[in-house]
Structure formats: C-alpha cells, structure tokens
Write a protein of this length. Structure first.
Length: 181
C-alpha cells in the first residue's frame, strides 16, 4: 500500500480495514461448518444464561430461553473493539521502517487489549445510554456470526455451567448446602 498511497494514515487505515474484513470473513466461513454451528449454539446458550442471571430471572430452561443470545461483554465484541482500537492507534503512528513497525505492534498489543477491555466494560456499564449503545451496536451485531439459537439441551448445559461457577464463587448456594440447612 505504501507504494500507492502518500498518506501513512490512509495506508494504515486501509490495512486495518483489510484485517477487519479477514476476521469477519473467517468468522462467517467457519460458522458454516456444522460442528462450529453447534459450538456457536452453545455460545448463544451461555449468553442467554448470563443474561437471565443478570436480569434476576430463574435459571430454568423456559426462563433462560426467552433471553437474548447477544451479550455486551462477549469475547466476540472484545475482538471487534480490539481490532478497531488497533486500526486507530496504528493509523496515528504512521509507517515507520518495517523493523520498528513490527516491534511497535508487538509491544502495543497488551496496551491495545487493555484499552479494548476497558472500552467494553464502559459500554456494558452504560448500555442504557443511547450514544454508547449506538457506538457499540456493531459489536452486538457481530455476535450474529458467533452465536446461534440453542436447543434445550444446550441451554441446560449453560445453566449447569453458570450455576457451577456461581457456586464456586460463593454467589449461589449449592443444592447440597441448601438441603443441609
């Protein structure tokens, strides 16, 4: 790109958009594989269970199944935010010599990931704000590529997994402890 563009900002921006297109294309293509569709259905079940828990709903199949398969703190959303932040950061840094470009990109990965994580946390905490919701809506839309509507057995697995984690964290009383009381 450097040979065709005089602006390093534009060159980095185009490179970032290509990187984003590759990521989206990859997610779309692997989502066509039957085994991956099944994994994506478990991913949707996980989101439904977490959404149900966070809304105070009963962790039962009927209740959980009515919740959304999208979640504001999804790892897919994190990937998108990290890619967008990296596009912006690298566009601003210009086009140093290749050796420096490689070193700076490696060195900035933890910083970009940390910024992306904080942005995702901020968006989840301010999901009621229309501006925040609009800015982060692509991350929720992207989850259409990485989640599928789960069946009841997948929802049961998600509920069991969530309850196990909540019990291990001491947030949810175990069934055995409740029976002993």
């Amino acid at each position: 790109l450097d040979h065709y563009l005089t602006s390093s900002f534009a060159s980095n921006l185009i490179e970032g958009v290509i990187r984003l297109a590759v990521l989206l294309g990859y997610m779309a293509v692997i989502g066509l594989l039957p085994d991956i569709r099944r994994v994506f259905a478990y991913h949707g079940a996980e989101h439904k269970a977490v959404n149900a828990y966070e809304s105070g709903a009963e962790l039962e199949v009927g209740s959980v199944s009515r919740h959304s398969a999208a979640h504001t703190r999804c790892g897919t959303a994190f990937l998108l935010v990290v890619v967008v932040v990296s596009i912006l950061v690298f566009a601003v840094l210009g086009r140093p010599p290749m050796w420096l470009r490689v070193i700076s990109r490696i060195a900035l990965v933890p910083v970009i990931a940390a910024v992306g994580y904080e942005l995702l946390r901020f968006s989840a905490a301010h999901v009621g704000n229309a501006v925040v919701r609009t800015i982060f809506s692509p991350s929720l839309m992207l989850q259409n590529l990485t989640t599928r509507e789960p069946d009841e057995s997948q929802i049961e697995v998600a509920i069991t997994a969530l309850k196990t984690v909540l019990e291990a964290d001491g947030v949810l009383e175990t069934a055995a402890a409740g029976a002993a009381d």
